[in-house]
Design a protein around this ligand. Structure first.
Ligand code: ATP
Ligand code: MG
Length: 339
């Protein structure tokens, strides 16, 4: 095919296509991109691609771009998230974006971005699917906990009771066995407390989020795991739904630090900065590449993002292999749910 044929195909593509340089500047766009974003070709070429990203997400986008530059591969953008683009009229709309690395004549990275608008029905279908997955994963976790802790303890109690009955009939000392059964019952009690608290954190009922977070940190400090905390008094700035959403985000981030970081230590911070409520969980562990995660295997992170949307807030996941992880939740208090 001749060069002009390729150009004709580029122009006729039903997806909007942007060519973006390593410096983040738009090098070329096709006709569909003009229609989708409402800017003319001349208005877009030479501008930073962030002009097409909602303002609140531009910093995140610059960071993701830098990561992509280091690992340029063909892949969809975003982690099962609803991606938003913004047009000339300033109105955001849901899109799906795929990225592919190419190079310009001088051998510099040129990223081909195919952008497809999503119909509202598709957005709703995806949100629904993510919710079902999140609920399933929550059920699996509870069932695992019930199986591993409560059921094991009950089995131990059954066995010890049977032994006790035999001892009583054979005249052996039964007191020791009674103490063991007491111990099993204590463990069972603790496990049930944990499951109940996971299902609905009772410490949130009638208490501030800072109180519930302090208890969460204390509970996480088992099996030699240390949680450093800097939890400030913020007062009643979120309603019950908002408190639960923020609590769940910190809970999942802390669970992840415990399960995946590979270091026995994490830090939880909670504070208010003017009209912004912030919560952050960090660890100095193994880290990961957020861009490489598969949405269906990352239900915890997808759930965190959904909850931050419920809060009208922003979740920044910063992690790199070998460089630790930080999960930062920021909620603007003017627009977030309040009591
Ligand atoms: N603090 C962390 N340190 C290192 N890797 C992490 C950290 N947090 C998340 N990850 C990586 O991201 C992946 C996705 O996390 P996510 O919470 O979505 O799922 P999960 O923890 O594997 O499963 P689930 O939360 O559904 O039980 C993890 O499997 C892990 O590889
Ligand atoms: Mg997780």
């Amino acid at each position: 095919m001749r060069r002009s044929d390729f150009e004709a195909i580029f122009e006729a593509s039903p997806d909007a296509i942007l060519l973006v340089g390593a410096d983040g500047l738009i090098r070329g766009v096709n006709r569909q991109a003009e229609i989708m974003f409402g800017w003319s070709r001349e208005e877009m070429v030479g501008e930073p691609v962030e002009m097409l990203v909602p303002e609140a997400l531009r910093d995140d986008h610059r960071r993701h771009r830098a990561t992509y530059r280091r690992h340029p591969v063909s892949r969809p953008m975003g982690l099962g998230m609803e991606l938003q683009a913004v047009g000339k009229d300033g109105v955001g709309f849901p899109v799906e974006i795929s990225l592919g690395p190419s190079s310009d004549r001088s051998g510099e990275l040129l990223v081909v971005c195919a952008v497809r608008g999503l119909a509202q029905s598709e957005v709703l279908r995806r949100v629904g699917a993510a919710r079902v997955l999140a609920a399933e994963s929550e059920r699996k976790r509870i069932s695992r906990e019930l199986h591993d802790d409560v059921k094991q303890s009950l089995t131990a109690i059954q066995l010890h009771l049977a032994a006790l009955v035999e001892m009583m009939f054979s005249g052996e000392r039964a007191a020791e066995m009674v103490v063991r059964i007491q111990h099993d019952l204590d463990r069972c009690h603790d496990s049930l407390d944990r499951v109940i608290s996971d299902l609905m954190p009772l410490e949130l009922e009638g208490h501030s989020l800072e109180f519930a977070l302090s208890i969460l940190c204390r509970r996480a400090e088992e099996d030699d795991f240390v949680v450093e905390r800097d939890i400030r008094r913020v007062g009643d700035v979120l309603n019950a739904e908002g408190r639960l959403a923020a609590f769940r985000i910190v809970q999942e981030a802390l669970n992840n630090a415990k399960q995946h970081s590979g270091v026995g230590r994490a830090t939880v911070r909670y504070w208010r900065d003017g009209q912004r409520l912030c919560a952050e969980v960090t660890d100095a562990g193994g880290g990961f590449s957020p861009d490489d995660l598969k949405p269906h295997l990352s239900v915890g992170l997808v759930g965190m993002r959904e909850r931050s949307q419920i809060l009208g807030g922003r979740l920044t996941v910063s992690s790199e292999p070998g460089a630790g992880t930080s999960i930062l939740l920021e909620v603007p208090l003017r627009s977030g749910p309040r009591s």
